[in-house]
Design a protein around this ligand. Structure first.
Ligand code: FAD
Length: 479
């Protein structure tokens, strides 16, 4: 399902790497984080190349809602309580600086990417909580306010407003930056060994290597798989819904997000942990919400995406691991990857250039606090369940009972396999074991995909890789 960004932007792919290259910095992954980091490195005088498996922006960035925003939910009060004022202040400052940096770069480079300044709001039916959050944000230096009325028709007691945030067209933006960079597309990195990178079409030796692959795909060192999980949500572009000035999101997991793009209101919602969408129906529910809120509107595009969530809700930006001094990482953006990608680009460029950065400690991947333990235990529990499921879980269906247009784990003469029966009755069989770390995949009826409940890898019904951390498809079994 194509996002509104894909429908409204076209760009010719760059050629793949062809041969061997020696460079000062290699950035693996050409999403928002990778392109911004390479661009800032180049501006700082570092020779950088980008190695992108498919096409730039072709990962989660093509499916974002692209609010450029330092208001990451109602986090100020909670961060002060759980992490202390200094960490909360640094987190907010780093992201607000990132918002300003987008505006500056777009203005100075004269980038045509539909940038619009807009106030950001988090709405809630808990007025007390909103007032507390507005006070906390002010204490952290933000010019925030409590608003009792908002322009969108949702039931709430008001909202917290962050002024002068922004939104844009993410693919136009990174396309414009990439025009000034050395970017190799169709160049999947298969091995990284010290300062040497292997791809099917050549090798790169780099003094410094940045992993901007959304989910870091090297499991050891780093063990990012044990410290993050992935969550998806859906977006619908509503035409004929009128126009709004601000950007909105609710304070609950099931609440909706709103922003304007051109003649569309982008309505987001239906969040769930990747791998846990057995019953489906999420697009229908989102569309129904759109029709209720904006009667007479219709859906011009509908899509979904996923993001990595760390145990303490702060991204991992910095050294990949203590024994890999030349490797860097940017991940765990918690569905706030526009400002976080800019934070990463600034911070990693400073680190690579040997410059102090005031925010390095709070984003350092090596950090650990006891407060993260409950989430880590919860995530590990999910992973153990996904791993053991393939040994103890009985198949859901038999092949003959499987309805057209459905997928399920099926007992076949060769054993347990993943089967999708198309609307025309064609059968597609895949290995049900995730090649990342061996968990049993689950069927996602909305996307017609096989999703991993442990770490969020995804595959289409033919077995092709859609999302990492896995780096290969699920082979057809019993070949
Ligand atoms: C529904 C939804 C809405 C969102 N809306 C917002 C929003 O409004 N504002 C906001 O701030 N954030 C938002 N986010 C979050 C934001 O979209 C993401 O955090 C951001 O796009 C991630 O960018 P990235 O560069 O880290 O990853 P990606 O865009 O996924 O880029 C990673 C790239 O790495 C490449 N890659 C992977 N493995 C390899 C390899 N081995 N070799 C070479 N290349 C490789 C991939 O092909 C991909 O292009 C949203 C998220 C979701 C799920």
């Amino acid at each position: 399902m194509e996002s509104i960004w894909m429908k409204t932007y076209d760009r010719k792919k760059n050629p793949a790497l062809d041969g061997d290259v020696d460079t000062e910095a290699a950035v693996i992954g050409g999403g928002m984080a990778g392109i911004l980091t390479a661009w800032r490195l180049q501006k700082a005088g570092i020779r950088a190349v980008v190695l992108e498996a498919d096409q730039i922006g072709g990962g989660q960035t093509k499916n974002t809602t692209a609010k450029i925003n330092s208001q990451h939910g109602l986090f100020c009060h909670e961060f002060i309580e759980k992490k202390g004022v200094e960490t909360a202040e640094k987190y907010l400052q780093a992201n607000q600086h990132a918002v300003e940096e987008y505006k500056r770069i777009i203005r100075e480079e004269d980038i045509d990417c539909d940038l619009m300044e807009a106030d950001a709001y988090v709405y809630s039916s808990d007025g007390e909580r909103l007032r507390q959050e507005a006070d906390a944000a002010q204490r952290l230096g933000m010019n925030a306010s409590f608003e009792s009325q908002i322009e969108i028709p949702v039931a709430c007691s008001g909202a917290v407003r962050f002024p002068d945030q922004a939104h844009f067209h993410p693919l136009k933006f990174i396309g414009a930056l990439a025009d000034h960079l050395t970017v190799y597309e169709d160049t999947p990195v298969t091995v990284v060994d010290g300062n040497h990178i292997k791809t099917p079409c050549g090798t790169v030796r780099a003094d410094k290597i940045v992993f901007a692959t959304h989910f870091p795909f090297i499991n050891f060192p780093g063990m990012y798989f044990a410290r993050m999980h992935q969550e998806r949500s859906c977006v619908a572009a509503l035409e004929g819904a009128g126009a709004i000035n601000g950007m909105y999101i609710g304070d609950r997991e099931d609440s909706l997000s709103f922003r304007q793009f051109d003649k569309y209101i982008l309505l987001g919602g239906q969040a769930y942990r990747t791998g846990e969408n057995r019953d489906g129906g999420r697009y229908e529910r989102l569309k129904a919400a759109g029709e209720t809120i904006y009667p007479g509107s219709h859906v011009a595009a509908c899509w979904s995406a996923q993001d990595c969530i760390t145990a303490d809700d702060i991204p991992f930006i910095g050294r990949y691991a203590s024994d890999r001094p030349d490797w860097f990482v940017a991940t765990g953006f918690k569905k706030w990857g526009m400002s976080s990608a800019m934070v990463a680009a600034i911070l990693l460029t400073d680190m690579i250039c040997g410059k102090e950065n005031p925010y390095a400690d709070i984003f350092a991947p090596s950090r650990f606090s006891a407060g993260e333990l409950p989430q880590i235990v919860k995530d590990s529990g999910k992973a153990v369940k996904g791993l053991t499921k393939r040994f103890f879980h009985l198949p859901d269906e038999t092949l003959s009972a499987l309805e057209r247009g459905h997928g399920a784990v099926v007992e076949t003469p060769q054993g347990k396999t993943g089967v999708y029966k198309s609307d025309e009755g064609a059968i597609f069989q895949v290995d049900i074991v995730c090649p990342h770390l061996g968990c049993e995949l689950t069927w996602n009826p909305d996307e017609r995909s096989w999703d991993c409940p442990c770490h969020g890898s995804r595959f289409d019904y033919e077995g092709n890789l859609l999302d990492g951390p896995a780096q290969e498809g699920i082979q057809l079994p019993f070949r």
